[in-house]
Design a binder for this molecule. Structure first.
Ligand code: GLV
Ligand code: MG
Length: 324
């Protein structure tokens, strides 16, 4: 291990993160009753410019008056390049900061962006006498944000999670696609001719590099990596496949842009019983090995060693967090 100890952000369950437009208060009650771990009430891209002011009022009222239970509540503010952003922060934190857990910052590009919002939030919290500190979630969704992802991840003690905003990321990198989060047939490889002369097509995951890079930056700074939207809400299989890829890479959760995606995110982002059982068997086998003075042993015909303990503990701890 390095001498550098990574400080972990507060451990919140973040398997599903439901997006709810702040301009659609008729959706709030259903969201509050849902099984989403985190809800972000949106002031940014799901809200038309003429509706921004009313959406802010809706969110403030809903945070203060509705029963959101134990849900982690977040508000996605507008980007730092818009004049909506300062009022989003000032109004929402001043008027509803007690029930707000997180602020989601979209299109964050540099560590200085984080610093700027941190400064405003700190002043408001101090002026209002809040004791609880609001955390930050950042959407990595521009080429600049991806280039600076490590600095962004380290930019504030408020940082809790990084989210991959695949739609804006595609636009920012000028990717030739208009789908949100799915695969693209043009991102594929052809095999050499097979025995019968035909050639197979293997579809690739065009988001792999971006997501993997974000996961590393998040984990190196003790933050939760969370995969963003999957736009085709009538394709549950496609959603599950995307969520599984993200989970395998280390993501803790995925957005739900439709209520039907919440249960799928919760299920895929929770380790299965079989995975937890195997992890517990690894821990038991390693405990026995240690008692016998051995560092590596075999379990079911496979090598396990001290690194296996750390891998297994990730799964067992996650299962414990979900259970409790
Ligand atoms: C989310 O904000 C995205 O752009 O995908
Ligand atoms: Mg976006």
């Amino acid at each position: 291990m390095s001498f550098h100890v990574i400080q972990q952000a507060p451990a919140r369950l973040n398997r599903s993160e439901l997006a709810v437009p702040g301009s659609a208060p008729q959706m709030f009650e259903k969201a509050a009753q849902s099984d989403a771990d985190v809800i972000f009430l949106d002031l940014e891209d799901a809200v038309a410019p003429d509706d921004k002011a009313q959406a802010r009022k809706n969110i403030i009222k809903a945070l203060n008056e509705m029963d959101w239970g134990k849900k982690t509540m977040s508000v996605r503010i507008n980007g730092l390049d818009t004049h909506y952003m300062y009022r989003d922060v000032v109004d929402v934190v001043e008027q509803a900061g007690e029930r707000l857990d997180l602020i989601m910052i979209p299109k964050v590009g540099t560590a200085a962006d984080v610093y700027a919002v941190d400064m405003i939030v700190t002043q408001i919290e101090d002026a209002m006498g809040y004791r609880k500190r609001i955390g930050f979630e950042h959407i990595i969704e521009t080429a600049l944000g991806m280039q600076n992802v490590s600095e962004i991840a380290a930019a504030s003690k408020r940082n809790e999670s990084l989210h991959f905003g695949v739609a804006d990321y595609a636009a920012s990198t000028r990717a030739r696609t208009t789908i949100i989060g799915g695969v693209n047939p043009d991102y594929s490889i052809l095999t050499d001719p097979l025995v019968d002369g035909s050639r197979a097509v293997h579809w690739g995951d065009m988001w792999h590099y971006a997501l993997a890079r974000m996961v590393v930056a998040a984990r190196a700074n003790g933050l939760r990596p969370v995969d963003g939207p999957f736009g085709d809400f009538s394709d549950p299989e496609g959603y599950r496949a995307a969520a599984r890829r993200a989970a395998v890479l280390g993501c803790e959760g995925k957005w739900a842009i439709h209520p039907s995606q919440i249960a799928m995110a919760n299920e895929v982002m929770s380790p299965s019983e079989a995975e937890v059982t195997r992890a517990k068997r690894i821990l038991e086998a390693m405990e026995k090995a240690a008692a016998e003075g051995k560092g590596a042993v075999s379990l079911d015909g496979r090598l396990i060693d001290y690194a296996s303990i750390r891998q297994a503990e990730v799964l067992v701890q996650k299962a414990r967090q979900i259970a409790g």
